[in-house]
Design a protein around this ligand. Structure first.
Ligand code: NAD
Length: 498
């Protein structure tokens, strides 16, 4: 079986070879490779190479760095088919969905070409006594990005592209479940002209993460993944005086008012709720119908749509979504459904019984919908990272807001309504990072900030958008006077006034 290594200093390298983990093809359920797990010493060596390379890259011209970004964008487009295949093989999502991921990844690269304009400083002439004041944004040095399995290309690029565009070097630790896409990106960055040592991929698990969090030469850490791990990384990283942005789990509510276009709402819920086998942090998880009549009408519309969803291998063009990431994940989703039913929820569609076009050993779970889910059920309280969704009923917009805002997660929230008053109230009062009005997936375009609220995010920055530039740079402010411009001032120890 092939062994997957690392990408350090512009080279594919084998690692220490002390520990390995199996990498699976979720569509078949079989192991496709073994992954070399880096150890602390290996991480230290990678950071040292990155730190050395960053010195020249950090002082390269804006024009030079931007040219690399433009070239990389072209290569990403030219390699769409190959990258989609790699994503499908290790993640299980369909090729069509993987191509959608790649299209959104382009936004991160396109936005990073704005780095020169966005990192311009401020200038004030003659603030007093002939002194000019100006500010500048400069790179941090070496930064770490720790990525989840669900977007093997898009999330790593959203985390890292602006970091490099402003002059940092990156150590990326991909999810050990999908290590190959990041290595393929290494080849493309090299072809684009990125100097060796600026984009590094170190594969592994907690040992690598802890080494990154403790290393004095890592200036900032960007994490995307589950809440328990994100909270740990935030606390440990900040305890080591690093900037940390951790973007974590979600339970995204869709409120449907009685006046909404119910067909559009049902269709939006199915698309955003079950796409990618629901393994998206911004997937809709909970449909909150305002009024029993709205709930019943939605249920009638949803049932045939959900039953018609086809599950299959990543390369089946007829499949609506593919396998989930692992056997453990499949078991967790099926157990969550069983527990929900045990607690009193009613199965409208049971995906555990759904026919599947793929290999029987693949990690397939069909689409499920549970009605009469209540706030006290773990099925509602926890993120179910797979295609099992909840239908809940409330009596008013007040109750819908109260329910949504009481949940531990605040990644995204959506309302479907024809009423401007209801929509305005929802937008003002809902406590979520991404808000949709008749839009089912409120992930903004790459030049807007994105990040959740409450336990969906730790730290003040945002994953992408203008905040990414601020996160990956430090601000220096200069007060400057040239002797020939300054009037002679007598020596005084008093605090200067105007
Ligand atoms: P995960 O937390 O299991 O893994 C994420 C990363 O953390 C991986 O690189 C993994 O190797 C590492 N890791 C795992 N356990 C660790 C530990 N104990 N100590 C240190 N590092 C550890 O997450 P996942 O299952 O890969 O991804 C799914 C999660 O990511 C979901 O909760 C989803 O909502 C979330 N997510 C959030 C966003 C967002 O923008 N908020 C985007 C995508 C995914």
């Amino acid at each position: 079986m092939k062994t997957i290594g690392h990408f350090i200093g512009g080279q594919h390298v084998t690692g220490p070879g002390l520990r390995h983990a199996a990498v699976y093809n979720p569509s078949t359920g079989s192991a496709s490779a073994q992954l070399d797990m880096a150890d602390r010493r290996f991480v230290d060596e990678a950071i040292a190479k990155a730190a050395k390379a960053q010195q020249a890259w950090g002082s390269a011209s804006h024009a030079h760095r931007v040219a690399v970004m433009y070239k990389f964008r072209e290569l990403l487009i030219a390699n769409t088919d190959a990258l989609a295949e790699i994503i499908g093989q290790e993640n299980g999502k369909t090729i069509q969905d993987a191509k959608g991921e790649l299209a959104r990844a382009l936004e991160a690269v396109e936005f990073a070409t704005n780095a020169p304009a966005m990192s311009k400083g401020e200038f004030s002439r003659n603030v007093g006594g002939g002194i000019d004041v100006y500010s500048m944004r400069v790179p941090l040095g070496v930064v770490a990005c720790i990525a989840p399995f669900n977007f093997p290309v898009m999330v790593p690029l959203m985390m890292s592209t602006m970091a490099m565009a402003v002059g940092n070097a990156v150590i990326l630790k991909p999810s050990e479940k999908v290590p190959s896409a990041a290595l393929a990106l290494g080849d493309l960055w090299k072809q684009a002209g990125l100097p060796d040592g600026i984009w590094n991929v170190v594969n592994g698990d907690k040992e690598v993460v802890d080494a990154l969090l403790e290393h004095p030469d890592i200036a900032a850490v960007c994490f995307v993944g589950s809440t328990s791990v994100g909270e740990y990384i935030y606390h440990k990283g900040t305890a080591h005086n690093k900037r940390v942005g951790a973007y974590t789990g979600g339970k995204n509510h869709m409120i449907v008012m009685p006046d909404a276009d119910l067909e559009a709402a049902a269709s939006g819920f199915v698309t955003a709720g079950y796409g990618s086998a629901s393994q998206r942090c911004m997937a809709l998880s909970v449909l909150v119908a305002v009024g029993d009549e709205t709930a019943e009408r939605l249920k009638t519309l949803l049932k045939p749509l959900i039953q018609a969803l086809k599950v299959g291998p990543y390369n089946d063009s007829q499949a609506d979504f593919g396998a989930v990431i692992s056997a453990q994940s499949k078991a967790a989703i099926e157990n969550a459904i069983a527990a929900g039913v045990q607690d009193g929820a009613q199965l409208v569609v049971d995906g555990r019984q759904a026919p599947c076009a793929g290999d029987a050993a693949g990690f397939y779970v069909g689409a499920s919908l549970l009605d009469h889910v209540r706030p006290d059920m773990p099925f509602y309280q926890e993120e179910v990272f797979g295609p099992a969704r909840a239908l809940m009923r409330v009596n008013s917009l007040d109750e819908a807001l109260q329910l949504t805002n009481s949940h531990q997660y605040g990644n995204g929230a959506v309302i479907y309504t024809r009423s401007g008053a209801s929509a305005n109230r929802f937008v003002s009062e809902v406590d979520a990072g991404g808000i949709g009005v008749n839009v089912p997936v409120p992930v903004p375009v790459g030049y807007h900030n994105f990040g959740g609220l409450r336990r969906s995010r730790f730290g003040e920055a945002h994953l992408f958008g203008p905040d990414a530039l601020r996160f990956y740079t430090k601000l220096k402010t200069v007060s400057q006077r040239w002797p020939e411009q300054a009037s002679a001032t007598p020596t005084s120890l008093a605090f200067p006034g105007n």
